[in-house]
Design a protein. Structure first.
Length: 445
């Protein structure tokens, strides 16, 4: 089959053939690779987030007050998120010039090396200030890696799926996030069963070291995936696209802005309920093992709602599902904050299950929504920069902002007001966007 024939099959498959096209061995391999790769990348990335909430302030920031230690720990978390747009630019540039598959292999290797190295990093008690400096460096490598992973994993599925199934295919990269989060949380939860002294000495390191094994397993699948035929169609024009990132900022600023706004809503939820709320609930008296178990359960709920909303967005469009998720999240803001403040495992469990469930509603259609904003020649770059910038603004800074606001006179009411204001702005961006779910990908300009 020629590249052009493959493109026609992928984009213009008749309705009665659409289900079959996702059931071919080739598509199953693509979707499995997208899911597994994304799951492992997010296992590594979100393992750090959990550790930042309950471990790092006691291992790497030992000479600070509890509030400042938590703030510093969340600051290193933010460093990784700051690096994600950079990773999106770097991997997007080469992904749009050299291909999606090559960048996917490289991103996974980088992430595995960085995470495993964290598990071997000496504490501040052993090497002093060098420990947090090395931690930040490895976190930046993590951020660059995951910044390139999502775009490639999402596009290699979306660009080879039939038009009527693109939203569901693209969501496999997003489904990997809650799966990876659940795995990371369960691994750390098991480690917390150790006595505190052993947990802080070595127990927390074991989940980081497991990353090497997980990466090796996923690479077996990823190396068998073929390059996107839609990219191959444009490959001969690669020399004309010397700086895809410059083209995105020059010719597609509106699409970039709308993609960022669409992503910020669900990433803010991620930062609030899976990072800041963990620290807040434990600080108020909740058992950390119980909190982590609740967080793991919530990740499975998010996986379920991601699947449902991804299926739904192929039927009724990306905008409607995204907007519904944002409106429901606005309604849930103050209940989530109140339940977290109770300092009980049950209160946090309800808050995180509600929050992650709503995050999944927005997460399902998000990949396809952002990707369909950009033409093929800059789709990797545009999608990655938009998605990763949203992750930086939404998840990277929300734990620090929430910590600072809760320490101020405004407390919970001010924090809730800020959160609702951000969601309202995101909702406006989605409402004014154009839904391209029915367009042929090759015709998006």
């Amino acid at each position: 089959m020629t590249t052009q024939e493959t493109l026609s099959s992928a984009q213009d498959t008749p309705p009665e053939q659409k289900d079959a096209s996702l059931n071919t061995p080739h598509m199953r391999r693509i979707l499995t690779s997208s899911f597994l790769g994304s799951a492992i990348e997010y296992y590594d990335f979100l393992l750090y987030a959990t550790s930042a909430a309950i471990v790092f302030h006691q291992v790497f920031f030992v000479n600070l007050s509890p509030v400042m230690a938590a703030f510093a720990s969340f600051g290193t978390l933010a460093a990784g998120y700051l690096a994600r747009p950079l990773g999106g630019m770097i991997f997007g540039h080469f992904g749009d010039r050299l291909g999606r598959k090559k960048m996917l292999v490289l991103s996974m290797v980088l992430m595995g090396v960085a995470t495993t190295s964290m598990g071997l990093l000496p504490s501040a008690a052993s090497i002093g200030v060098l420990a947090p400096m090395l931690l930040i460096t490895l976190r930046i490598v993590q951020g660059i890696s995951v910044g390139g992973e999502w775009g490639g994993a999402m596009l290699i599925a979306l660009e080879q799926a039939p038009g009527g199934k693109r939203g569901f295919a693209a969501s496999f990269a997003n489904m990997g996030a809650p799966a990876g989060a659940a795995l990371a949380t369960v691994a750390m939860s098991i480690a917390t069963l150790l006595p505190d002294e052993q947990f802080l000495a070595w127990g927390w390191r074991v989940p980081f070291l497991l990353s090497a094994l997980l990466v090796a397993i996923a690479m077996v699948v990823r190396l068998r995936v073929q390059e996107s035929p839609l990219f191959q169609q444009f490959e001969e024009k690669a020399d004309k696209r010397r700086m895809p990132v410059a083209e995105v900022f020059r010719f597609h600023p509106r699409q970039l802005t709308l993609g960022v706004l669409a992503g910020i809503a669900q990433f803010t939820m991620a930062g609030m309920v899976t990072v800041w709320a963990v620290s807040e609930a434990v600080a108020n008296g909740a058992d950390k093992t119980g909190v982590l178990n609740a967080k793991a359960l919530a990740a499975f709920v998010m996986l379920l709602t991601t699947i449902i909303s991804a299926r739904l967005c192929d039927r009724i469009g990306r905008k409607k599902v995204l907007a519904a998720g944002m409106i429901l999240t606005i309604i849930a803001v103050f209940p989530i904050l109140y339940l977290t403040s109770l300092g009980t495992v049950s209160g946090y469990a309800v808050a995180v299950i509600l929050g992650q469930g709503l995050q999944g509603v927005m997460f399902g259609p998000l990949g396809a929504f952002i990707a369909e904003l950009f033409p093929t020649k800059v789709r990797y770059t545009g999608s990655s920069v938009a998605f990763q910038t949203a992750s930086t603004v939404g998840a990277g800074f929300s734990p620090m902002v929430a910590t600072a606001v809760m320490a101020s006179a405004g407390g919970m009411f001010l924090l809730g007001g800020i959160w609702i204001g951000v969601l309202a702005l995101c909702l406006l961006g989605v409402l004014i966007s154009v839904d391209s779910s029915r367009k042929n990908l090759a015709h998006i300009a």
